[in-house]
Design a binder for this molecule. Structure first.
Ligand code: NAD
Ligand code: WQD
Length: 340
């Protein structure tokens, strides 16, 4: 089986290419490199021992997409390509809706034209907004708190509607919780451009000496130690979730949603402690005010994915921070700025 992986040069897409390859599925990457480096291809080759095909292109480009789908004879699309910075999305909402919603329409139209009728869509726990109850299950009402979050709700609605209209179409929307970690080889991981927004890259860059300290946003939340709690999930577990979804739904139609998380919450202070153990040094941090828009705590009910897909997140928090540290210490400036 061959699949087109939009955004396959990015953090989650590249790790998913490894899981696909290991499962005997051939990934072909389609990416415009807006938030990734072409050096990822070399790393994928070192890890898998094979050259993964790469087509440079934009998901907004219908002609390029149709050509890629025809040329590769893909039987499904894994659609990772999106912009993902929550703060930036409030400053540039139209860019986010254009790239994450309108481009998804372009992709779906191209798929229909070429006769590809399966999509695995990268959604996010952010679609649930402020928790009405915890853990979040897939029935929790959807209400985003940023244009980024709305772009995911809108794109989910679009694929859902398409599945209602086209009885032969399959769409699986995977709602990721907080993906972290790196490939255990230390050859591939997350290299955010500029100052990281997310906790793990920030801690990792602090551990490697690029930043003086981590700001813990909020120490007065109603959580056991006062810092925010999230459901951190190893990126290789997440990658395997895509394979499980693809294989489970091979002969299915319709729209399906799954939470992908561990079901367990960890606080910011716990994550910093685990990282200190991985790095063998104290990570300097300071307690800071809450970050606007953050909620105290959320985590997944992943029972549906466990039961239907036979998928369970297997890595512990310590493994997540160990792998992140291995990657960050191998590539302190990220892949883009390495000499390899
Ligand atoms: P990433 O930025 O590392 O990867 C996205 C990739 O898509 C990049 O390689 C980028 O160059 C590419 N891309 C963006 N727009 C494109 C376009 N128009 N055409 C072609 N390529 C394009 O992000 P990631 O963390 O790997 O996220 C992958 C997906 O998972 C995204 O849809 C994101 O919204 C979703 N997601 C991420 C997280 C997270 O915390 N990382 C959580 C939940 C959901
Ligand atoms: C985690 C915790 C922060 C940075 C975001 C998106 C979500 C999804 C995943 C895409 C929170 C705290 C953070 C720092 C800190 N992405 N923190 N100091 O906000 O849970 O989720 O990424 O879909 O949509 O909103 O992740 O890693 O930014 O924060 O104390 O320097 O770490 O307050 O409690 P978040 P995060």
């Amino acid at each position: 089986m061959k699949v087109l992986v939009t955004g396959g040069m990015g953090y989650i897409g590249s790790h998913s290419c490894i899981a696909l390859y290991e499962a005997g599925i051939t990934p072909v990457i389609f990416d415009n490199l807006v938030n990734s480096s072409v050096k990822v291809l070399e790393q994928l080759k070192k890890i898998t021992g094979t050259s993964i095909e790469f087509i440079e292109g934009d998901v907004s480009d219908a002609v390029a997409l149709e050509q890629a789908l025809r040329q590769t004879n893909a039987s499904a699309v894994l659609h990772f390509a999106a912009l993902k910075a929550v703060g930036e999305s409030t400053e540039q909402p139209l860019r986010y809706y254009q790239n994450n919603v309108a481009a998804t329409l372009t992709l779906l139209e191209a798929m229909q034209k070429v006769g590809v009728n399966k999509i695995i869509f990268s959604s996010s726990a952010t679609v649930y907004g402020d928790p009405q109850y915890l853990p979040f299950d897939e029935q929790h009402p959807l209400r985003a708190t940023s244009p980024y979050g709305w772009s995911k709700i809108m794109a989910e609605q679009v694929v859902n509607d398409l599945c209602c209209a086209a009885s032969d179409f399959l769409a699986v929307s995977l709602r990721y919780f907080n993906p972290v970690g790196a490939h255990p080889s230390g050859l591939l991981g997350e290299s955010p451009q500029g100052t990281p927004n997310n906790l793990l890259p920030f801690i990792a860059q602090t551990a490697v000496g690029r930043r003086p300290f981590v700001k813990v946003y909020g120490s007065d939340y109603p959580t056991p130690d006062g810092s925010g709690v999230r459901d951190y999930l190893h990126v290789m577990d997440l990658a395997k979730g895509h394979v499980a979804a693809l294989l489970h739904h091979q002969a299915d139609k319709g729209f399906h949603t799954y939470n992908l998380g561990t079901g367990q919450g960890h606080s910011v202070l716990e994550v910093i402690r685990a990282f200190s153990v991985s790095a063998g040094k104290e990570i300097p941090f300071t307690l800071a005010p809450r970050r606007a828009g953050d909620v105290a705590c959320y985590y997944a009910d992943a029972t549906k994915a466990n039961q239907l897909l036979g998928w369970t997140a297997e890595h512990s928090l310590q493994q997540m921070t160990d792998d992140t540290w291995r990657w960050q210490s191998n590539y302190p400036q990220g892949l883009e700025y390495s000499d390899e």
